[in-house]
Design a protein around this ligand. Structure first.
Ligand SMILES: Cc1cc2nc3c(=O)[nH]c(=O)nc-3n(C[C@H](O)[C@H](O)[C@H](O)COP(=O)(O)OP(=O)(O)OC[C@H]3O[C@@H](n4cnc5c(N)ncnc54)[C@H](O)[C@@H]3O)c2cc1C
Length: 354
């Protein structure tokens, strides 16, 4: 069997890997309009896997899918490490949700919603001493927190190169770079597929924002993050700051690096980070630890989140084309759970059709 996966972003590359792991001799051609090192949306992302904090303001399904993905990352990443001899950390130290004293009303509102939505064994209310035992460097004016223990952060900067290595060493996977593909409703109209590679038994469209013109009810949502190096700061876990105007999160990476995110703007324009967004992200950050004042700004990055009108992901199959899209702000949170059963359903001819 010969299949094409168009788009080697998060969805596409995870699908190629898991499909190849079935060991059924399927020939996989992974095609992207950029090269394999391109720094796209999946690398701009903070890569937090936060089923419970994200469930508070989204659908009930978020925590079910997200908790499943959390488990799958725990299983999958050691496999990929063994296959590629690379280290890909999955920091599993949980998330703290805090606010400045003046924003306590907003924090209480978040807590009330969390109590209504999140499974009670997945969250704890911490007082000052418990909070400072977990994060001793937080200033004393933070006196309470919600703690979601089973949340984490994937090191996506290590994941992508490891998957590149895996593809390079896999006899059944062919990478085609710098090749833009159109997949309109009638895929026969697609120039590349008709002229060069007519022989695919099935095509998976994983183009994210690149599929915008071919999908109804689809939009992109702009997000901006800062990446800083802060040698004086030693936070061990993700921290979300509830703030009426600039809610933000800090996702720790190795070696005192932190991703600060993220703006959420209804825009399909991916021009560089604005002064306003940069100021919002960085000023709120400084209030969490003065050591951030001396931090070095390594990057200010922009990404577009591929999003359907209802903010929910969709997998739709029609004849020999399956479209996987709409991961929105939940690529790392949802993709493993969505992809896990797909390869075996596909080989058994059990993909659910439109
Ligand atoms: C600022 C920001 C922060 C985020 N933080 C998180 C987070 O903490 N946790 C989380 O779970 N998610 C997060 N996300 C969301 C996550 O990054 C996305 O949901 C995910 O990357 C989408 O994956 P995808 O494979 O659908 O699209 P992409 O990763 O964008 O991949 C699409 C691929 O298709 C290729 N392509 C496009 N058009 C064509 C074409 N015509 N022909 C060939 N190839 C094409 C592109 O080059 C790209 O490689 C964040 C996103 C942003 C922007």
């Amino acid at each position: 069997m010969n299949i094409a996966i168009v788009g080697s972003g998060l969805f596409g590359r995870l699908l190629a890997w898991r499909l190849n792991e079935l060991n059924q001799g399927i020939k996989i051609t992974l095609i992207d309009e950029k090269d394999r090192h391109f720094f796209g949306t999946g690398l701009v992302a903070a890569a937090m896997v936060a089923p419970y904090t994200e469930a508070v303001n989204t659908e009930a399904s978020t925590q079910v899918l997200g908790a499943r993905s959390f488990q799958l990352w725990q299983e999958w990443l050691p496999q990929l490490e063994a296959q590629t001899n690379k280290t890909i950390s999955f920091l599993q130290t949980g998330t703290l949700v805090i606010s400045h004293p003046q924003d306590e009303a907003d924090w209480h509102r978040f807590s009330l919603k969390a109590k209504a939505v999140v499974k009670q064994d997945q969250m704890q209310l911490l007082g000052a001493s418990e909070l400072h035992a977990l994060e001793p460097q937080l200033p004393d004016n933070f006196k309470q927190a919600l703690f979601f223990e089973h949340e984490g952060v994937v090191n996506n900067l290590a994941l992508y190169p490891a998957l590149n290595d895996y593809f390079e060493q896999s006899a059944n996977i062919t990478l085609i770079e710098n090749q833009k593909i159109a997949l309109p409703e009638t895929i026969a109209q697609s120039a590349y597929l008709t002229e060069i590679e007519q022989g695919f038994d099935h095509i998976f469209d994983c183009r994210g924002n690149g599929a915008r013109d071919d999908l109804k009810d689809f939009r992109s949502v702009r997000g901006e993050v800062a990446r800083v190096y802060a040698p004086e700061v030693d936070f061990k876990r993700a921290i979300r700051l509830i703030h009426p105007r600039f809610p933000l999160y800090i996702a720790p990476r190795e070696n005192h690096e932190y991703i600060i995110g993220a703006t959420q703007i209804e825009s399909e324009i991916d021009t560089p980070v604005t002064v306003r967004s940069g100021l919002e992200l960085l000023s709120a950050l400084y209030s969490l630890h003065q050591g951030f004042g001396e931090a070095q700004i390594l990057d200010l990055l922009v990404g577009l989140r591929p999003t359907f009108i209802d903010n929910q992901p969709r997998i739709k199959t029609h004849q020999k084309l399956s479209r996987l899209n709409g991961l929105y702000r939940h690529g790392y949170l949802f993709a493993p759970a969505l992809i896990n059963d797909l390869p075996s359903q596909f080989t058994k001819g059990m993909l659910s059709h439109d």
